[in-house]
Design a protein around this ligand. Structure first.
Ligand code: IMP
Ligand code: MG
Length: 181
């Protein structure tokens, strides 16, 4: 078997691939219990949710519809500042649908709050949120996700879809980068 070598820019692996996989399987079971046989319209926040959602989606047993949204926050490089804009909205009609919004990480809460506000305007039957990671200590606006993979401390992390300047999304674990990258 090939030896898994760490990416040279990585200082520390916070969550291993095996743990992430087990947790995503458990999340899929939680979500399945919540919705039963109802159809769920899943909206992935691009690009960060791609890797997580790809794995989660394949384990969901109910009927699903899939769409995505692109949101951008302005200013800072590793954190989002106050302004979040929806750059590319979803295309599906969400009226009277059960909507599950999926993102990689819940940080200040501004991104998901903004997208949730927009989705509610379409009068969905229900709206829930699911994130792989949650950093509650960083919250600026009150926001609680319905399904959370892992609660993590206030560290900037990459991997499993999470990026630093669009890099490292392909790392198969959640990691902290070395200083000065
Ligand atoms: P929020 O609007 O502050 O909750 O931020 C959500 C977005 O900020 C996420 O979708 C990520 O793109 C980005 N983000 C926040 N924390 C991290 C991190 O630790 N690593 C990578 N991206 C992050
Ligand atoms: Mg990002």
């Amino acid at each position: 078997m090939a030896r898994t070598s760490l990416h040279p820019d990585v200082a520390e692996v916070l969550i291993s691939q095996a743990r992430i996989r087990r947790r995503i399987a458990a999340l899929a079971r939680e979500i399945a219990r919540c919705y039963g046989h109802a159809e769920v319209s899943i909206i992935g926040v691009l690009n960060g949710s791609m890797v997580f959602l790809g794995e989660l989606l394949r384990q969901l047993p109910m009927q699903t519809r899939l769409d995505s949204v692109v949101a951008r926050s302005y200013g800072a490089r590793t954190t989002s500042n106050g302004r979040v804009s929806i750059r590319r909205p979803w295309h599906l009609s969400l009226r009277r649908k059960h909507v599950l919004l999926v993102d990689d990480i819940l940080d200040t809460g501004r991104t998901l709050r903004r997208i949730c506000e927009r989705i509610r305007r379409e009068n969905p039957a229900s709206l829930r949120t699911c994130v792989l990671l949650d950093k509650p200590s960083r919250r600026v606006v009150p926001f609680t996700a319905d399904f959370v993979g892992f609660t993590i401390p206030d560290k900037f992390v990459v991997g499993y879809g999470l990026d630093f300047a669009e890099r490292y999304r392909n790392l198969p674990y959640i990691a902290v980068l070395r200083r000065g990258i």
